[in-house]
Design a binder for this molecule. Structure first.
Ligand SMILES: *[C@@H]1O[C@H](CO)[C@@H](O)[C@H](O)[C@H]1NC(C)=O
Ligand SMILES: *[C@@H]1O[C@H](CO)[C@@H](O)[C@H](O)[C@H]1NC(C)=O
Ligand SMILES: *[C@@H]1O[C@H](CO)[C@@H](O)[C@H](O)[C@H]1NC(C)=O
Ligand SMILES: *[C@@H]1O[C@H](CO)[C@@H](O)[C@H](O)[C@H]1NC(C)=O
Ligand SMILES: *[C@@H]1O[C@H](CO)[C@@H](O)[C@H](O)[C@H]1NC(C)=O
Length: 175
């Protein structure tokens, strides 16, 4: 099983390299300059990590993805340091400005997002291997290995990638 998933990740990786080399626009989804390949690779990696723990795969949640995009957009001008992202000391995370506005923009409100969790990481050029280990080999793994979380939204801008985890309870279903 693990080998199959590694193979899938490798295929995605090669595919993205192929896309860059061919300067073909492989992702023709309706978005602008965000890193679709990195987001897909991270999601595959996280779900593969969960599979090794016998946890269900996280299901993509559109509104959580919207929120992740908005937060990544806000963080993009902040440089990566050893105190940003998953390296951060709890309590010193970068502040999210206008959070209620971001929720509203994504058709969310505080009552249905309370149990969710926001996990930002800053990795130069969003190097796929480092991005994945920033989630699976840091304190963030405590959230990823939790059965409580069932859904996910991922957004990225420049060196920032943001994972929002959702639950299947009324207080965290992001709906
Ligand atoms: C996952 O499930 C399999 C089969 O039920 C079991 O052999 C394995 O030990 C489990 N792994 C973990 C990490 O629980
Ligand atoms: C971050 O890096 C600076 C200088 O590179 C170092 O002095 C500091 O101890 C580091 N902080 C952490 C939390 O690793
Ligand atoms: C959230 O829940 C509180 C308490 O039940 C309620 O008063 C409030 O109107 C709710 N807010 C939204 C935006 O639904
Ligand atoms: C997270 O990414 C940073 C680069 O910003 C890297 O230096 C660090 O080693 C990564 N941490 C983990 C646990 O992979
Ligand atoms: C999740 O990860 C934390 C820290 O790595 C560990 O203490 C905990 O036992 C793990 N829980 C599960 C269900 O694997």
């Amino acid at each position: 099983m693990a080998y199959v998933q590694k193979y899938v990740i490798l295929t995605l990786l090669l595919l993205s390299i192929f896309c860059i080399n061919q300067t073909v626009k492989c992702d023709d989804d309706n978005d602008d300059d965000d890193h679709l390949d990195e987001e897909d690779i991270l999601l595959a990696g996280i779900n593969s990590y969960r599979a090794t723990l016998n946890l269900t795969a996280l299901i993509e949640n559109e509104r959580a993805e919207c929120l992740a995009d908005e937060i990544a957009d806000q963080f993009k001008y902040q440089p990566c340091t050893n105190t940003t992202g998953s390296n951060t000391v709890p309590g010193t995370e970068p502040e999210i400005f206008n959070y209620p506005n971001l929720l509203q923009k994504c058709h969310l409100n505080v009552n249905t997002t309370r149990d969710g969790v926001i996990l930002p990481a800053c990795v130069p050029n969003l190097d796929s291997t480092l991005v994945l280990s920033n989630y699976t080999m840091s304190r963030y793994s405590n959230y990823l290995n939790d059965t409580k979380y069932t859904g996910v939204g991922i957004g990225s801008e420049d060196n920032w990638i943001v994972v929002v985890l959702t639950t299947n309870t009324p207080e965290g279903r992001f709906w």
